[in-house]
Write a protein that binds this ligand. Structure first.
Ligand code: APR
Length: 311
């Protein structure tokens, strides 16, 4: 079986970690595509990684380019091209500049990788994945946004920190847009099979929900120049791996809803099943009235960002 080909559009902070993870997990060969001015950086990073592969004991060809011909026929495309936030910025502040980038990227990906499973990471996430879908016209099962895996990872890590238990045992889900209106669902969280609500007080749970909503901003403030990159990369790779290995994992992600949750025509975070056919299914959770209201509130924020794309 020929190795899979994975195109990483954007070779910055997240793109570099993505390349490392593709190699380390031997998911396939990776091509990192950058703007012409940064082609050298993409080539340098990937060569550096290639030279670590004998030590990692993995076989994966990694290359850098600024030529879209080099990503031709990729099985998976992960897009991180675009500006990250600086302290004081919201994800929406990135919309105008990142939309221009997404326009260019989507047009080229459509030409070179018409059959790829595409994972969008660029912010503002819900509007960027919507734009990519509109511009490419790809079927909805092959265009998905990475947000929920990351937001859930953050929630789960805060729960584990608070309880002093293994993160491996914490399971939960986060719905909604990738921003402060997101909807963590503590009700669905279990720790080794024990409901979180039986392990922590409501106050503690509320504090974790609040921290999760602001977790990206917390990192932006600390870094001072740029946004989170390890956890977004790991999250996108989980999604790519579930597709490439047909693992059929249920992961929260931004999917195009067409009636599910009473939402139509928008990308928003919900649990989806990812397998060899991409987003094979949207899983609908029965929500309480409060949860429904919170999701609708988040949808309003998504709608506002999408309206700004004028697509
Ligand atoms: N084509 C390819 N790459 C591009 C393009 C383009 N048209 N425009 C910009 N890039 C590249 C930049 O040159 C840069 O190297 O995208 C890279 C982005 O990398 P970083 O600035 O390091 O940002 P990163 O932390 O990786 O985040 C990327 O993901 O989570 C989101 O908010 C984040 O929108 C941001 C994106």
């Amino acid at each position: 079986m020929a190795r899979k080909k994975i195109a990483l559009i954007g070779g910055g902070q997240i793109g570099g970690i993505l390349a490392l993870l593709v190699a380390q997990k031997e998911l396939g060969d990776a091509v990192v595509l950058e703007i012409p001015e940064k082609e050298g950086m993409a080539k340098g990073k990937t060569l550096d990684l290639m030279e670590s592969s004998p030590l990692l004991r993995v076989d994966s060809n990694l290359s850098g380019t600024s030529d879209y011909n080099d990503i031709k026929g990729s099985d998976v495309v992960i897009i991180t091209a675009g500006l990250p936030r600086k302290p004081g910025m919201t994800r929406e502040d990135l919309l105008e500049v990142n939309l221009k980038i997404m326009n260019n990227v989507a047009t080229n990906v459509k030409k070179q990788c018409p059959d790829a499973f595409c994972i969008i990471v660029t912010n503002p996430l819900d509007a960027m994945v919507y734009s990519f879908k509109k511009i490419t016209g790809f079927p909805k099962n092959r265009v998905v946004g990475m947000a929920g895996v990351l937001d859930t990872g953050r929630f789960n890590s805060f729960v584990a920190m608070e309880l002093g238990v293994s993160v491996v045992d914490v399971a939960a889900t986060v719905l909604g847009g990738h921003g402060p209106t997101m909807v963590p669902l503590p009700r669905t969280c279990t720790v080794g099979g024990v409901p979180l609500t039986e392990l922590l007080s409501q106050d503690k749970i509320d504090a974790i929900v609040q921290r999760t909503r602001q977790a990206g901003t917390e990192i932006v403030k600390l870094l001072g120049n740029g946004s989170a990159f390890f956890s977004p990369a790991v999250s996108a790779i989980e999604m790519a791996e579930s597709y490439l290995k047909d693992k059929k994992r249920i992961l929260p992600a931004a999917a195009l809803l067409e009636g599910e949750y009473g939402i139509n025509g928008y990308y928003i975070g919900v649990p989806v099943l990812i397998g060899a056919n991409g987003v094979e299914k949207v899983i609908e959770i029965k929500l309480s009235d409060d949860e429904k209201a919170a999701l609708m509130n988040s949808l309003e924020a998504v709608k506002k960002a999408v309206a700004e794309t004028k697509l």
